[in-house]
Design a protein. Structure first.
Lengths: 464, 340
């Protein structure tokens, strides 16, 4: 008896009904997969991690011919690993890839020539595109004068607030110019509804573990983790003052901040129930709010950030995405042409705003009428125009491979300073300054040591 | 004697009560998942489980006497449905009164109109989410891997248990050592290897690495040692039975419970595998359900209802399969537990 016959005859005897079911599934599904025709993908390979971007670009992908463009939506973590593998160990890379700010920092850790993305500066300058895009938007993607990506956005920041609560109290937010005004005028809105001695409604979504809020305040004040040369500047005077103020706002009798997590059901519930009145609202988050908390439609409004000093900057920025061409891309010229078409055109800018509330960094697009349309969710305010009015004040950011580490060090400093302030019973900014300075000195030393140990940047023979 | 019986019965009842409580606790996340997939977006975060009709009720000690006067005229003492209150005084007044904590919402009967199958319809419609394609991918990947892995593990285990050959002990030790290496450690070298073999972004790139897991080979080795008498094999050989026929006709039926159990374990493992397909596959049309559903979670925003409905759709088939096959799964795991 030959083997095949034996196998077929004995199969029902050897297998239980369950095993037989799985075997049957294997045979049928193999047959269906074999019959299914997945067309060979040719043309430009485009990776992205944000689903809303993918949806917005789909039409452009379909329109693109000669070469065609294949957009692949890949989960953030998977894309980061694949892209790192691609640039470090020659596994496949796409022709175009959208890289988020935190992810991008990991690609900048080696020597400048080893960064896996094409330097776009010569192309941008040759075509005059560097003048058509908001300069601040280039800053996170620029290292040692080389520009490694076309900016997707600017992400100016405003304060989104519960207009129904603020206006019911007869408060006009136009009276608020500085953070000092903010605290003075709005603190009466905080409430302890159940009388248990703990506030149930706070003014601001700011907490020691929320690096979004921390970074926005640092940048607005003119501080940042690194100076213009890329050297760590954790313990700069501005950072110390901002940290002390944040601790002042999150501890003791002067507390106005509360932890309201983003992208989180619990946080959204707090927003809905009025647990917080004012939120930091970068343009992209203004879009997220509409989708995640539809119950606040018509109750929200926007205002510029209060300045640190009278006449000071009324905005900040956070996050960001660039469109890059890996050095090993198979079709770099075609990728560049498509990148320009996608990012500089009005059509995608309009979709980007209408779908996600993200305003374009391309200066030519700023006069478009769609930015003036009233947004029902934000009580009919032309939110796009508000953001664009702040675009020229957006602070610049210095990129670094050590950004994630610096973020963590800043959060640690915040947590420790807050704890020490509580233990010492000090709540005023002036009293907290010395505590903040000590913690930020520690953070500075930590980042300096980490950077010194980077053998790519400091050869072994130069190490202490 | 009576008291012994009573104690025995009481402890049995206690055990059942305890197990029932534990079973209920285990079910809570599934119930939550079910309601989360059914709640409409506008009330999504308002309720933990079932959406309820909301009543407006007056609170004590309001601060704003004017509003209190309005509400005192409008509200009956037992409260009224929020929709009726909104109709009477307008949404703005209701919102303002709630913000001022002059009124409070109380939950009433179940609000069936706040639940719908909209997320399931959207997922199954195929416009937003390629359910049919991902489902087929999952079935293919899980069933093919499970079938081949079971076959190869049985073969490997049989060889290690019943054949005398050079370095058999060494091979058994290598299998044992492979058991202690965490799978996540193999991700990076595995990725590199698949790239060198040209298997990235292919079904084979997923299936091949799982074809002969050390756990399975060792499990079958132990099972063969216990369940397959060497004398029986020798008798079969004397009667002229070939090695392949011997394996399929005699050996496999003798470890049939283990075959079923391992097949199901591997199937479930592959169905739920997320990190492997996410790293190896790049083309969305090849994504299994686990990875395709993860794409519903955006970095900037997430439609939780859609994600929950997707999770239900992804676990439902495998749960049904498990419920159907649980008897043989358990008998497979316990076979050999009692030595005869």
């Amino acid at each position: 008896m030959n083997f095949r016959l034996v196998f077929l005859i004995m199969l029902p005897h050897s297998l239980s009904p369950g095993s037989f079911t799985i075997l049957t599934l294997a045979v049928i599904s193999s047959f269906l997969i074999f019959l299914r025709h997945d067309p060979e993908e040719e043309g430009i390979e485009f990776w992205m991690f944000a689903k809303n971007h993918y949806v917005m670009y789909e039409e452009e992908f379909e329109k693109a011919r000669d070469p065609q463009v294949n957009g692949d939506l890949i989960a953030y973590g998977a894309m980061e690993r694949r892209l790192l593998s691609g640039v470090l160990s020659d596994t496949p890379v796409p022709d175009l890839v959208e890289v988020q700010l935190t992810m991008a920092s990991r690609f900048f850790s080696g020597p400048i020539d080893a960064v896996g993305f094409t330097d776009l500066r010569p192309l941008l300058e040759a075509e005059g595109l560097d003048k058509r895009i908001n300069p601040a938007s280039f800053s996170p993607w620029t290292r040692e004068g080389r520009i490694f990506g076309l900016p997707h956005d600017m992400h100016p920041v405003m304060l989104g607030y519960r207009a129904d609560i603020v206006e019911a109290a007869g408060i006009d937010v136009n009276d608020i110019e500085t953070w000092e005004d903010f605290v003075r005028i709005l603190t009466p809105l905080m409430r302890d509804f159940d009388g248990d001695g703990t506030m149930d409604r706070y003014l601001l979504d700011l907490w020691e573990t929320d690096y979004f809020g921390i970074e926005m305040l640092l940048l607005q004040a003119g501080g940042w983790y690194f100076d213009i040369t890329g050297a760590p500047a954790m313990n700069s005077d501005i950072n110390i003052k901002v940290l002390a103020t944040m601790v002042h706002w999150t501890t003791g009798p002067s507390r106005i901040g509360v932890n309201v997590p983003r992208f989180d059901a619990e946080g959204n519930r707090m927003r809905l129930e009025g647990g917080v009145i004012f939120q930091f609202m970068p343009d992209w988050y203004a879009g997220v709010m509409q989708q995640d908390v539809p119950g606040l439609a018509g109750k929200m409004k926007m205002m510029p950030l209060p300045a640190w000093e009278p006449g000071g900057r009324r905005t900040s920025c956070t996050g960001g995405t660039m469109l890059s061409i890996p050095k090993r891309a198979a079709h770099p010229e075609a990728a560049w042409e498509f990148a320009k078409k996608l990012y500089l055109g009005t059509e995608v800018a309009e979709k980007l705003y209408k779908e996600a509330m993200i305003v374009s960094p391309v200066i030519d697009n700023w006069d478009e009428d769609f930015y003036d349309e009233p947004i029902a969710y934000y009580s009919g305010q032309p939110v796009g125009r508000f953001y664009l009015d702040l675009a020229n004040d957006i602070p610049q950011r210095v990129p670094s491979a050590f950004m994630v580490m610096a973020q963590q060090a800043m959060i640690n400093a915040f947590i420790r300073t807050r704890r020490e302030a509580q233990q010492a019973g000090v709540h005023e900014v002036e009293d907290i300054l010395s505590l903040a300075r000590a913690e930020l000195d520690t953070a500075q030393t930590l980042i300096e040591n980490k950077m010194r140990r980077n053998t790519f940047l400091n050869p072994m023979e130069d190490q202490p | 004697m009576m008291s012994m019986k009573f104690i025995e019965r009481s402890s049995q009842v206690m055990a059942y009560v305890l197990l029932t409580v534990c079973a209920c606790i285990t079910l809570v996340p599934f119930i939550w998942l079910g309601f989360a997939a059914l709640r409409n977006p506008e009330v999504y975060f308002d309720f933990q489980f079932i959406p309820r009709v909301r009543h407006v009720q007056m609170m004590e000690a309001p601060e704003n006497p004017e509003l209190r006067k309005v509400w005192a005229q409008v509200l009956p003492s037992e409260g009224m449905e929020i929709s009726a209150a909104t109709e009477l005084v307008g949404a703005d007044v209701v919102n303002q009164a709630r913000n001022e904590h002059l009124i409070e919402y109380r939950n009433g009967k179940v609000a069936w109109d706040m639940m719908s199958l909209q997320y399931f319809k959207r997922l199954l419609a195929g416009n937003e989410f390629p359910f049919a394609r991902s489902f087929l991918n999952s079935v293919f990947y899980a069933s093919v891997t499970a079938v081949f892995a079971t076959l190869f593990c049985a073969m490997g285990g049989y060889a290690l248990a019943k054949f005398e050959f050079k370095c058999r002990t060494l091979f058994t030790r290598i299998v044992l050592m492979a058991l202690v290496i965490p799978g996540s450690l193999l991700l990076a070298p595995g990725y590199q290897l698949l790239f060198k073999l040209g298997l990235l972004d292919s079904y084979w790139g997923l299936i091949l690495p799982g074809l002969a897991p050390a756990f399975g080979v060792f499990l079958f080795r132990q099972s063969m040692l216990n369940a397959v008498p060497t004398e029986l094999m020798e008798s079969a050989r004397i009667d002229g039975c070939g090695e392949i026929r011997l394996f399929f006709e005699m050996i496999l039926p003798m470890v049939r419970p283990m075959l079923g159990a391992f097949l199901l374990i591997t199937f479930l493992g592959c169905w739920n595998n997320f990190i492997g397909p996410q790293i190896v596959l790049q083309t969305p049309s090849k994504f299994p359900l686990a990875v395709a559903i993860a794409q519903l979670k955006g970095i900037y925003s997430t439609e939780y209802g859609l994600l929950m409905a997707g999770t239900i759709l992804s676990i439902a088939p495998v749960m049904a399969l498990f419920l159907l096959l649980q008897k043989e799964f358990i008998s497979g795991l316990t076979s050999g537990a009692v030595k005869g």
